[in-house]
Design a protein around this ligand. Structure first.
Ligand SMILES: [Zn+2]
Length: 93
């Protein structure tokens, strides 16, 4: 993943404070580093085969189930679900 692309995608969502942008970027980074799917939290697994469409350059690898879900939503609504709405980031702790 590229930190800049992730930050740009999060800021582009337009509804997050800078603190939350930084927290979400860190959360994604930690999940990737621990080999979990950063979108749904599945894993750990060596490497995820699909690239998320949520960043401009597809720099975040996600699991097949998430990739399929992104594609279905994109086809039916014309919009890729934003990074900021990923289940892992919006989990209540
Ligand atoms: Zn996933």
């Amino acid at each position: 993943m590229h930190r800049d692309c992730v930050a740009t995608a999060l800021i582009g969502y337009g509804r997050l404070s800078i603190g939350l942008v930084e927290k979400f970027a860190r959360d994604i980074e930690n999940l990737v580093a621990a080999c979990f799917c950063p979108r749904c939290g599945r894993g750990p697994q060596g490497e995820w085969a699909s690239a998320s469409m949520a960043t401009s350059d597809g720099c975040i690898a996600i699991c097949d189930a998430c990739a399929t879900q992104e594609t279905i939503v994109e086809l039916s609504t014309g919009v890729v679900p934003p990074l900021a709405t990923w289940p892992t980031l919006n989990r209540r702790r």
